[in-house]
Design a protein around this ligand. Sequence first.
Ligand SMILES: Nc1ncnc2c1ncn2[C@@H]1O[C@H](COP(=O)(O)OP(=O)(O)O)[C@@H](O)[C@H]1O
Ligand SMILES: [Mg+2]
Length: 462
Amino acid sequence: MSSNAVLSVALLLVLAVLLVASPTLRKRYPRTWWYAVSFPILWGRIRFTWRRLAWECDLAVTRKRAHAMLGGILIKGKELDPVVPRLSMAWPRPLLVTVRARMLPGQTPDEFVDAAEAMAHAWRVHSVRVSSPARGEVEFTISARDPLENVTSSAPSGRKHHGRPWFRVSVTTETQESPGAAAAAQLLRIFVGFLADWNAWVLDLRLLPHWLITGATQSGKSTLMNAVVVELAPRPVALVGIDLKGGMELGNYTARLSALATDRRSAVRVLSYLVDVVLERTTQCRIAQVRSIWDLPEQIRPVPIVLLVDELAELCMATDPRDKADALACSTNLVRLAQLGASLGVHLLVAGQRVGSDLGAGVTMLRSQLSGRVCHRVADPETAKMTLGDRFPDAVDAAQGISPLERGVAVTTTNEGGWMRARSANIGAEQAQRITTDYAHCRVLLPGLSDIDLSGGDTTCR
Ligand SMILES: Nc1ncnc2c1ncn2[C@@H]1O[C@H](COP(=O)(O)OP(=O)(O)O)[C@@H](O)[C@H]1O
Ligand SMILES: [Mg+2]
């Protein structure tokens, strides 16, 4: 056999082995597979189809005129010799490719935005986003896969952190920040999942101090709460719960909660106590002549308190006339906490299936104070409108488009002031319970709520 034939057989063998082993290799080494195989194939496909695609999507122009007068008759002809926008080299990132194209005279980015769907189909990718980072240029951000497809397994590090098989983003604090601001950054940035642009989904309570989380049953509210709680559990932060569904949801975190109110009477007590705490902190800040607890010296800085409320409607809507006064007290106190708490280290995460004007004027006022919004799949259009419509009318459609199969997917406000689709990490109730039990020693004792306290605890967690 000639050496050429031997080489061909060897090559064929290698190809055959690769073909057989490809599903395993792809699963085991997704990143390497992407850079070594999927990305070059995708890039080849983009180059190969670009000219035809540009022509079909009216992105090609011709230097010749498209119509001409012939003996007084206007003739419109098909453009000949089309010129297509020139593509730059592709820039691969994990499961993402960015390519720039130089626009031709007369073109605007809008024409490329209109063609994005056709590009996604032609290149067989999840999505193509078009932006214009510089005059005369458009940039295509090509997502090979849906970033929200499976948040658990698309963890960038793949490392396990305390039984959390997802991801861990280290908190970096800018060195030029004051010590208080650095501490706030460490305690109040909560990583809960992924955004549709592949970035980490962070609830930053420094920027958006209070959150409204809505969604129908089985849409992913509790899973998001779980993600929040397991992130906060090891930190010196007091967690307080109000769950009027008999503690069915927040009861999983009992070991780490400073108090858990499961009926409206105790909810009123917890809320009144927190209002008192906020007023006390106001005095403390006034005496120290600072505007926020984070500007107080570390030795006297109080711990931040995160209040978790599950099922807002249960709390604020009473059918029994005897309960009406309590329900009103609850919504009034929630509004006060939201108004005063932001700089005083009291933050609200309020979840509900349905938020509507029928829950009372207090709820509409409360909503305006809850600057962070998360809307999962909802059962009625009004809830989507109430959650997002006042700030992002265009996000309402996106929220209503979430299908029942997309559990954990939500439309969220972003720290940059916009909105985006996101998916929380899939943290189940058992996992949340296990982790909160492991961090029971971090539970913060809140004097004044001792009879709603659940077990002994201290504030030694650092
Ligand atoms: N981020 C997610 N990724 C994958 N599955 C999820 C996610 N969030 C929720 N789920 C699935 O949806 C189910 C219902 O979620 P849950 O948080 O209990 O909804 P809700 O509290 O809104 O009723 C969970 O059991 C889980 O299987
Ligand atoms: Mg739930």
